[in-house]
Each structure stands twice: as structure tokens, then as C-alpha cells.
Design a protein around this ligand. Structure first.
Ligand SMILES: [Zn+2]
Length: 320
């Protein structure tokens, strides 16, 4: 019978974070190392080393789950990642051979959605949409109590829905993707434009008049201090966020929407405009139950906690 502990590993662009969790999602131990994401072999060696260290330190580790930003196939092959060196890289097979335990690999936002569904802001729901608003926008979908992966494992790449064909270019090669108008990058772009036009504003003064020093967190900070121009930027981006969520809710009909990621640090300054725009844009708001749009609860741990839980569940199914 497998143990009740599992290791979850979050592979990011600059660091690899591993957590040990129990079956209630409680974090019992953790280890984080900085790792260059530009070396595919070094990255997988780091994942194996961290997972082994936590598994050796504790008895009863049943499985290892890995979350990574990119297209992860159902077989655990990382096909493509914008910020990692892995290309067509068999992550699941390599980590399983290295740690000698069952391994599950999935997209970082998918595992974060599972973490928030099981132990975070979406606890008690059956159908959840996670929107991670960072530099870009990632997504994860839980449908009928199961993680929705699609035919190939690539589902929920919600940031690259084209919402404005006349909008800014996107790193994916298209123009006007949702993540270009409703993410931290949009906050940064609008902040720089505003400073260029109004260097005398409160935001402009924090930048010393140099628009290129402005980033998303600088706009959020100025908004939190009451700068009207920064508040208008968060309002505008929040509205685009809410409109996009309405479209996704029309498709998926979740009972909760959870918003996480770095830009979610703006809290209600971003989420309140999103909630208002959502109610305006969703089909027949008066004839459906309210769908709460909640801030994520597990912070940066959501992905690793979700990956561990998915891996434990999958190992249990195989063993059972
Ligand atoms: Zn795109």
C-alpha cells in the first residue's frame, strides 16, 4: 500500500522548488534551489536531486509530481516551454528513473488549478477555472471533479485567445492575445505609456520620468498609494480580465473562478473591475447562479501542492 506523503516539484524559469505534503495538502518540508533553466540536463538533475532528498529524509513518500510551464503531453513529455530549455523532453520517464517512484508531470497552471481545487480557494467546488495572471496568463480547468487535460494534455492555454486583432504583438507569434491586454505585461505597457505622456504624475515621479523603469508591481504600488492614473490602469486591465473570464465561463460553466499569479497581488484593485465587467459580459447573468471570482489562496505553493496531490492520486489508482 502506498504511503500518504508525496513530493511536488515546481520547475520555474530561475528556480526549482520542491515540497513534501501529506494527503491534506499540508506542507511538511521544502527545499528550493536556483537552477539555470537554459540547461535541459541540469534542470532534470536538479528535479531528481530535490525529490530524492525529500524522499530520503521522510518515510512513506508514495509519488512525485512535477509542474512545469509549457506544453506537457499526457505521457509526461514536455513538448515546448517558452522559458525552459526542455524541448520534446521525456521529463516523466527521466525523473521516474532517477527517483524510483511513480511520477506525474503536468503543466504548471494545471497543477496549480488542482491545488486550489483540493486545498485552496476552490475547496468544495466541482468545476473550477483557474486564471493565473502573471507576466502572461495561464489557465487550469477542473471539470466534474477531474483535471481537464484535453486530447493531448494541452488544454487551458487561455492566455492565447485572440481578443483584439488590432492589439499588441504576443510572444506566441500572434497579435492581440488576451494575455497582452489583461496581464502584468499590459499593466506595464499602459504604465509606461502613461508615464511618457504624464511624467509629472505620481507614477512618473517614481520613475524619475523614465518610462522604461516602470513595471507591473510599480503601477500596483502607486495605485495602492492612491495614484489616480495607476488606479485607472488597473481598472482598465481588470475590465479586460473580467470580459475574458466571462467568455470562458460561457464555455465552461464553472461554479468558481480563482485568480492567482503575481499580478493578483493587486487584489481587489484588479478583481473588483474584473467582477463588474464579468457580470456585464457573461451571458444572461440574471438567469444563472452567481459565479464568485476569488483570489487564489495557496500563493506560490499552489503548483507544487497540486502536483504532489495529483501524483499521489495517480499512484494510488495504479496500485489499487
Ligand atoms: Zn499569444
Amino acid at each position: 500500500m502506498p504511503g500518504s506523503l508525496a513530493v511536488g516539484v515546481d520547475v520555474g524559469g530561475t528556480k526549482v522548488a520542491a515540497l513534501l505534503t501529506d494527503d491534506r495538502g499540508t506542507v511538511l518540508d521544502r527545499k528550493v534551489v536556483h537552477s539555470p533553466a537554459d540547461d535541459a540536463e541540469a534542470s532534470v538533475d536538479t528535479v531528481i536531486a530535490l525529490a530524492r532528498e525529500l524522499a530520503d529524509r521522510h518515510r512513506g513518500v508514495a509519488a512525485v509530481g512535477v509542474g512545469a510551464a509549457g506544453l506537457v503531453s499526457r505521457e509526461g513529455v514536455l513538448r515546448f516551454a517558452p522559458n525552459l530549455a526542455w524541448r520534446e523532453f521525456p521529463v516523466r520517464a527521466r525523473v521516474a528513473a532517477g527517483v524510483g517512484l511513480p511520477v506525474t508531470v503536468d503543466n504548471d497552471a494545471n497543477v496549480a488549478a488542482w491545488g486550489e481545487f483540493r486545498f485552496g480557494a476552490g475547496r468544495g467546488s466541482t468545476d473550477l477555472l483557474l486564471v493565473t495572471v502573471g507576466t502572461g496568463i495561464g489557465g487550469g480547468i477542473v471539470a466534474g471533479g477531474s483535471l481537464f487535460r484535453g486530447a493531448h494534455g494541452f488544454a487551458a492555454e487561455i492566455g492565447h485567445i485572440i481578443v483584439d486583432p488590432a492589439g499588441p504583438p504576443c510572444g506566441c507569434g500572434n497579435v492581440g492575445c488576451w494575455e497582452q491586454v489583461a496581464s502584468g505585461r499590459a499593466i506595464e505597457r499602459l504604465g509606461r505609456q502613461a508615464v511618457a505622456e504624464h511624467p509629472e504624475s505620481a507614477l512618473g515621479r517614481t520613475a524619475g520620468g523614465d518610462p522604461s523603469t516602470i513595471d507591473g508591481p510599480a503601477v500596483t504600488k502607486a495605485a495602492q498609494q492612491g495614484d489616480p492614473m495607476s488606479l485607472r490602469i488597473l481598472e482598465r486591465v481588470g475590465v479586460r480580465l473580467g470580459e475574458g473570464i466571462a467568455g470562458l465561463v460561457n464555455v465552461l460553466d464553472p461554479d468558481v473562478v480563482v485568480v492567482g499569479g503575481g499580478a493578483a497581488a493587486a487584489g481587489d484593485l484588479l478583481l473588483e473591475p474584473a467582477r463588474r465587467a464579468f457580470v456585464d459580459a457573461v451571458e444572461a447573468a440574471d438567469h444563472r447562479p452567481a459565479v464568485p471570482i476569488l483570489a487564489a489562496a495557496l500563493g506560490n505553493d499552489a503548483g507544487a501542492i497540486g502536483a504532489a496531490d495529483l501524483a499521489r492520486a495517480e499512484a494510488g489508482r495504479v496500485a489499487g
